[in-house]
Design a protein around this ligand. Structure first.
Ligand code: NDP
Length: 255
């Protein structure tokens, strides 16, 4: 029997990771690089990407605002021109809008939908156009959220919950459309994870207590705790999984 762990390796794979300058994205860059992939690390804070590329092997930084269509096209074309293929896309870049719905400015709502949903579709489409020409197809992993399944109030985020809910169902739709091209489309839905996005909330007593009370495991997660699901969906180990969203939430959605 071949070593079943081999199917989790990413040697020879080319992966684009958005939102790579911090948190879950930076962790995924380290993970994929460690497992042998060529990683294209994309975000706006280029200096952080350059730091990552200096610390980990086979990481190429590409400055990209996913809200800018030309930047998205440039990211995919730069990757393809360099490596002549794209095997994995991780749609991870994301922002939140902590505000009550009655007070949300429509432009802010649109901005969150643009970054957290529309850019994911655009990048998936651009990558799929390349992946469908490859015999080996491709794998797309969208970073959704538990708030793609349930609302987040009293941690109000109307645009965020709308975008993540859309991303969960977009994952199913793209999986159905692209299965015949050998492209798998899946998502992870993390619960509350310690990153720059949540640091302030977790550092504050009321935020942390709220997370602990609502999480059966009674704590926020760490970025490393997403590695297993991320890798399963991105690698050959997940070769028969598509249209799925895996929750990694300390039991939040099981309540
Ligand atoms: P961070 O704030 O640490 O990371 C967000 C990343 O997104 C940064 O690298 C940032 O890079 C990037 N980003 C934001 N806007 C843009 C943009 N316009 N163009 C390109 N990149 C952008 O938070 P997390 O690591 O926590 O978040 C990553 C993903 O995980 C998000 O989609 C988030 O919704 C999701 N998530 C997080 C949870 C958590 O509890 N932390 C729970 C559930 C889901 P830069 O500013 O350099 O552009």
């Amino acid at each position: 029997m071949n070593d079943p762990l081999n199917s989790f390796r990413l040697d020879g794979k080319v992966a684009i990771i958005t939102g790579a300058s911090s948190g879950i994205g930076a962790q995924t860059v380290k993970l994929f690089s460690h497992l042998g992939a060529d990683v294209v690390a994309a975000a706006r804070r280029e200096e952080r990407l350059i730091d990552l590329s200096n610390q980990y092997p086979n990481v190429m930084p590409v400055k990209c605002d996913v809200g800018n269509e030309e930047d998205c096209k440039n990211l995919v074309e730069t990757t393809f021109n360099r490596y002549k293929k794209i095997d994995i896309l991780v749609n991870n870049a994301g922002i939140s809008d902590p505000v009550q719905a009655l007070e949300e400015d429509l432009e802010q709502f649109k901005r969150v939908i643009q970054i957290d949903l529309i850019s994911c579709f655009h990048l998936a489409q651009l990558c799929a156009l390349r992946m469908k020409e490859q015999e080996s197809g491709g794998a797309i992993v969208n970073v959704a959220s538990i708030h793609g399944f349930v609302g987040s109030s009293p941690n109000n985020q109307p645009g965020y919950t709308a975008a993540k809910g859309g991303l969960v169902n977009l994952t199913r739709e793209l999986a159905l459309e692209w299965a015949r091209h050998g492209i798998r489309v899946n998502a992870i839905a993390p619960g509350y994870i310690s990153t720059e996005l949540t640091d302030e909330m977790i550092a504050g007593e009321s935020g942390r207590t709220w997370i602990e009370r609502n999480t059966p495991m009674r704590r926020p997660g760490e970025v490393e705790e997403l590695d297993g699901a991320m890798l399963l969906l991105a690698s050959e180990a997940g070769s028969y999984i598509t249209g799925e969203t895996i929750t990694i939430d300390g039991g939040w959605l099981a309540r």
